[in-house]
Design a binder for this molecule. Structure first.
Ligand SMILES: Nc1ncnc2c1ncn2[C@@H]1O[C@H](COP(=O)(O)OP(=O)(O)OP(=O)(O)O)[C@@H](O)[C@H]1O
Length: 249
């Protein structure tokens, strides 16, 4: 067991079985504050299940899951976990198509994150500044008055990342963000996630290896519910077991 002091996300020995099939098998992963971790691995490796455990959608049969070094996530429900500051971006964007980009962000900002957020909420210049800053981060400043419906697939993904940022998460979980994106959108997505990870922890699940290379982060390869290899992408992709069970397929 590792010391969880100073960690943002701490999984130790996490196992979960579905009908006897071990989707996660003693999985241990650590993410530090303001760190990005890329998770790769074959289909069925347990990547989605891992995200489900972190967000409280699935309960582990065994193991420890801690947020910010001290909060036991296995005791909280999904809403409580989201309120702690864990944002999850699913593959399919769920923006409000009939609203403008700006209004989507404003709604996300207003979504209360708990009783204190509601009590002390005041629409203000601060909001405008914050929305502008987010638009800048997600490359949509020039599109702020466009309907979300008119955005490209990649831009919708960015808008959704922006909506998560409006909730000011400490940890952002991002599932296959560049699937279906153009090459230039993919390159831009790596840049914007790197910017976000300067101040927040980011976990990105992805199959696109050139994108993972652009992220330049630490990489963990999962297979059959456990860590197969971890390190830089060069280290992980040179690992013979990773080549045999994932990259070489
Ligand atoms: N609710 C469930 N009931 C039964 N089996 C499940 C359930 N959720 C996941 N599994 C199984 O657990 C294994 C791990 O699935 P998971 O979706 O976590 O893998 P993954 O790494 O995300 O794969 P992909 O890259 O295809 O998204 C798979 O074999 C899957 O069929």
């Amino acid at each position: 067991m590792t010391d969880r002091t100073g960690t943002m996300l701490y999984l130790d020995g996490v196992s979960v079985a579905f009908d006897g099939f071990k989707a996660l098998n003693k999985l241990s992963i650590i993410v530090y504050p303001a760190e990005m971790l890329a998770i790769i691995g074959p289909n069925g490796a347990g990547k989605t299940t891992m995200m489900d455990i972190i967000t409280g959608k699935t309960r582990p049969d065994d193991g420890e899951v801690f947020f910010d070094g001290r909060t036991d996530l296995t005791r909280l429900d999904e809403a409580a976990i989201a309120n702690l500051g864990i944002g999850r971006k699913f593959q399919k964007p769920t923006v409000f198509e009939s609203q403008t980009v700006w209004d989507n962000l404003e709604m996300a900002l207003r979504k209360p994150r708990g009783i204190f957020a509601t009590l002390f909420y005041t629409a203000s210049d601060t909001d405008t500044a914050r929305i502008t800053e987010i638009l800048d981060t997600v490359r949509l400043l020039g599109r702020k008055d466009h309907l979300a419906a008119d955005l490209s697939h990649g831009q919708k993904q960015w808008l959704e990342i922006g909506m998560l940022l409006a909730q000011d998460p400490k940890l952002l979980l991002v599932d296959e963000p560049v699937a279906g994106m153009t090459d230039s959108e993919t390159v831009e997505t790596a840049k914007l996630l790197k910017e976000i990870a300067k101040t927040r922890s980011v976990v990105v699940v992805e199959h696109d290896m050139s994108f993972v290379r652009d992220l330049g982060s630490r990489v963990t390869c999962l297979a059959e519910g456990s860590v197969l290899a971890e390190g830089s992408l060069d280290q992980v992709s040179a690992n013979p077991v990773v080549i045999e069970r994932y990259l070489g397929r």
